[in-house]
Design a protein around this ligand. Structure first.
Ligand code: FES
Length: 118
C-alpha cells in the first residue's frame, strides 16, 4: 500500500459518487444511487423499483429509464450506436426508440450511464 494505492482508492470513490448521481429517470429526476438502493433493498423487478422510487412514472412512459433500470436488474441491454440510448435486447426488432437507428452495440446497463439523456 503506497500513496498510489490511496490515490486509486480516492479516484474509485469519486467515480462511485459521480456514478450514484447520474440521472436514470430524467422525467422524475431520479438518480442511479436511488435505484441502486431500491434494488439493494429488495426491489427485484422493474415494477417494484417503480413503486419504491417513482422511476418510470413520468410522461415518457419509461422509454428512457425503463431499459436502464431493467439492465440494472440483470436484463440484457444494448446501446444505440448513434445516440447512446439503452435498448432491451429482448424486444424485437432491435431499433432505437429514440432515433430509430438499427445500429446497436452490446452493452449492459452498468454502461447505461453513458446515455446522453434528453
Ligand atoms: S425517464 Fe423515467 S419516466 Fe421518463
Amino acid at each position: 500500500m503506497g500513496s498510489s494505492d490511496s490515490e486509486e482508492i480516492i479516484k474509485a470513490r469519486e467515480r462511485a459518487v459521480i456514478d450514484a448521481y447520474r440521472p436514470i429517470c430524467l422525467c422524475n429526476k431520479i438518480r442511479r444511487g436511488i435505484i441502486v438502493k431500491a434494488i439493494q433493498g429488495g426491489a427485484d423487478s422493474f415494477e417494484k423499483v417503480r413503486r419504491r422510487t417513482g422511476a418510470g412514472t413520468g410522461p415518457c412512459g419509461a422509454q428512457r429509464c425503463g431499459p436502464m433500470v431493467r439492465g440494472m436488474l440483470g436484463e440484457e441491454v444494448a446501446a444505440c450506436a448513434e445516440c447512446g440510448w439503452s435498448i432491451l435486447k429482448s424486444i424485437e426488432p432491435l431499433v432505437c426508440p429514440r432515433c430509430g437507428s438499427e445500429n446497436v452495440r452490446d452493452g449492459r446497463e452498468s454502461a447505461a450511464g453513458q446515455n446522453k439523456g434528453g
